[in-house]
Design a protein around this ligand. Structure first.
Ligand code: ADP
Length: 252
């Protein structure tokens, strides 16, 4: 990890309001993401994290500003970008009557992956899903569905991976294994990872850079230690509470 790679995503003054003239869900956000970098986005509910990620995925159209991925505009050039990125969130819905293997195979075929069966077997093994492979998705536990969602998000070997609270429903052991797996992908393949989490210990240990969002804006960003120095807090939990509740004085 470290993020010294090229810029793979650049947003410039990107904004979104859900209602014309209403409050900004995301307001003039500038940010960049580099190959080989782990960036976590934290902030209270309603801070605009999901809206921003949906715009990065090209699923929501910004009202203002732009987002470029691999140098191409996510709105105008989405078809040229989509196969190189992927996403998993907690509200994943998959065909419940298909098995885990069938679901993953479908995605591997959609992405036109070479040797799709081998690819699926590898993902099942990486995510510890082998013993559930032939179970219907509808019969899985919440944590197993979350692992399945991450396997699905890795199916096309994405260069940028967006994960919305990937570890929220995982037990500590599986959660640690997942972080290890993701760290390897970031280090070995230069994957860029942008994720959201409410687990501040995880964020502190795992991220190269942290974006603290509040009311649609990036209230502060930096490494965990630089942020704690700047705000004079002992841990990220305290920093989160400070920034989340504070109106004035946040430093970008
Ligand atoms: P977060 O992911 O940080 O919890 P969101 O991006 O979901 O934040 O929400 C940002 C703001 O946009 C909130 O004020 C939320 O109420 C509003 N919002 C989100 N989705 C919608 C929607 N579909 N329609 C109207 N307002 C929305």
């Amino acid at each position: 990890m470290g993020g010294s790679g090229e810029k793979v995503l650049v947003s410039e003054k990107v904004s979104k309001r859900y209602l014309p003239g209403g409050p900004f869900a995301v307001k003039e956000v500038d940010l960049s993401l580099h190959a080989g970098e782990v960036v976590s986005m934290v902030g209270p509910n309603g801070a605009g994290k999901s809206t921003l990620v949906q715009m990065m995925l090209g699923l929501l159209i910004p009202d203002g500003g732009s987002i470029r991925i691999f140098g191409q505009d996510v709105v105008a050039d989405r078809r040229r970008i989509a196969h190189r990125i992927n996403y998993a969130s907690t509200d994943l819905s998959l065909p419940y009557a298909l098995t885990v293997r069938e679901n993953l195979l479908t995605y591997a075929l959609i992405y036109n992956m070479k040797k799709p069966r081998e690819r699926v077997s590898r993902l099942l093994s990486l995510l510890g899903l082998e013993s559930f492979a032939d179970r219907k998705v509808g019969a899985l536990s919440t944590g197993q569905v979350a692992r399945m969602g991450i396997a699905k998000a890795l199916v096309n070997d994405p260069e940028i991976l967006f994960l919305d609270e990937p570890t929220a429903t995982l037990d500590p052991e599986v959660s640690a294994q997942l972080r290890q797996l993701l760290a390897e992908m970031v280090r070995e393949r230069g994957m860029a990872l942008l994720y959201t989490s409410h687990n501040m210990r995880e964020v502190e240990r795992f991220s190269d850079r942290i974006l603290l969002m509040r009311e649609g804006e990036i209230a502060a960003q930096g490494t965990a230690s630089s942020l704690m120095d700047r705000y004079k807090t002992q841990d990220l939990e305290a920093l989160f509470l400070l920034v989340a509740g504070k109106k004035e004085g946040a430093v970008v």
